[in-house]
Design a protein around this ligand. Structure first.
Ligand code: DCP
Ligand code: MG
Length: 351
């Protein structure tokens, strides 16, 4: 069985600010634009006891809590801290997915052999986050990713919630906690007497379909533990490309080739350790007619030299020298993740 942890930072932007300014501790504060026209992006847990929440206008928040401190957001700082956290979480398992700036899913199945309980694993994950950034987070653990997310949100801040029985855990919760059940759907459900996820699970599927449409059956299945969702997959690029439009059209072969060479080097840098099989070039002529030409190599390669040489050769052979060129492009396609991984392993084993 797969075990999934959903990790979400506690009042993320606020935690980042409080970490660097301890005078904010024990004060109700929120991140928002200065002045009265902005909105709150994150409120600390003390401010939340006054009803302050994200997306609330600053002026309204101020009337609701007179002593509320508004801190100007520093998004560069938050994204740097987020990267530090995510890098460490990603090391826990190759099955990792970052869902937003402050939340991620990670497969923790293999950690079971190192710890005595799922709670211990949850605490370990929290510790990984704290050690990377001194930021507090909450963790939900379940065999279904969606349930793990709901579990994480159900016990914040600094909670670790383990779900072993999906249906029993979800049944008492309000329908609004289910991601995907928005305001309108929740209103429709309540009008039919459905308040809790348990109420939803007890409905006949034919009624669910009739009242809320086919798509609502998905929630019904989750609640009844007849369905489990997996960690979302990271969309891996199949190709990396780069193109350049000239300031003025040209038919200078040396200029064109220099640009192709430069683009190929940039593509190679962006590929990093990824291997590819296909090299392609694009030529857009002054009249906007465009050609692309490609070459596939027998063995996947990661070589910058191979990319530069092939791209230049393709250009040299296919360029119609009588015509002015407006744009050129280079692409490395058919990225081969298996080959990339295998070679990384080979290098690792040879150490
Ligand atoms: N965010 C934002 N505007 C919103 C909601 C969120 O700018 N309307 C930003 C600020 C949050 C961050 O995204 O700190 C993460 O969003 P969360 O929904 O996870 O909220 P918090 O981390 O602030 O609080 P919680 O402890 O409930 O996760
Ligand atoms: Mg959060």
């Amino acid at each position: 069985m797969t075990l999934i942890a959903h990790v979400d930072m506690d009042c993320f932007f606020c935690s980042c600010e409080e970490r660097d300014d301890k005078t904010l501790a024990n004060k109700p504060f929120a991140i928002g634009q200065a002045g009265t026209r902005g909105v709150i992006s994150s409120a600390n847990y003390l401010a939340r006891t006054y009803g302050i929440h994200a997306a609330m206008p600053v002026f309204k928040a101020k009337t609701q809590c007179k002593e509320l401190v508004i801190v100007e957001g520093n998004f560069r700082k938050y994204s740097i801290i987020s990267r530090q956290i995510m890098q460490q979480l990603a090391l826990l398992s190759p099955r990792f997915y970052q869902a937003s700036i402050d939340e991620a899913y990670v497969d923790i199945s293999h950690l079971f052999s190192r710890f005595n309980s799922l709670e211990e694993i949850g605490n370990h994950v929290k510790e990984v986050v704290r050690a990377s950034s001194q930021i507090s987070c909450s963790v939900g653990i379940a065999s279904c990713a969606l349930t793990a997310k709901i579990a994480c949100a159900s016990n914040k801040p600094a909670g670790v919630t383990v779900v072993t029985k999906q249906r029993e855990f979800l049944s008492p919760l309000d329908i609004s906690v289910m991601p995907g059940i928005g305001k309108q759907l929740a209103k429709n459900m309540r009008s039919k007497g459905i308040q809790s996820l348990g109420d939803l699970g007890r409905c006949a599927p034919i009624r669910i379909k009739e009242w809320f449409g086919e798509r609502a059956l998905y929630f019904w299945q989750i609640v009844r533990a007849e369905k489990e969702t997996d960690i979302p997959r990271t969309k891996k690029p199949r190709s990396v490309s780069k193109e350049q439009t000239f300031l003025s059209d040209t038919k200078e072969v040396t200029v064109l080739l220099a640009e192709i060479r430069h683009l190929a080097k940039e593509v190679s840098a962006r590929l990093g350790k990824k291997f590819f099989r296909t090299i392609a070039i694009k030529i857009k002529y002054g009249d906007f007619t465009t050609i692309t030409r490609e070459e596939t190599v027998r063995y996947a390669t990661n070589s910058q030299d191979a990319l530069v040489t092939s791209a230049c050769k393709l250009f040299y052979v296919h360029y119609d020298r009588k015509r002015f060129v407006r744009l050129v492009g280079v692409k490395a396609g058919n990225i081969d993740y298996e080959a990339s991984l295998q070679t990384t392993l080979d290098i690792f084993m040879k150490r």
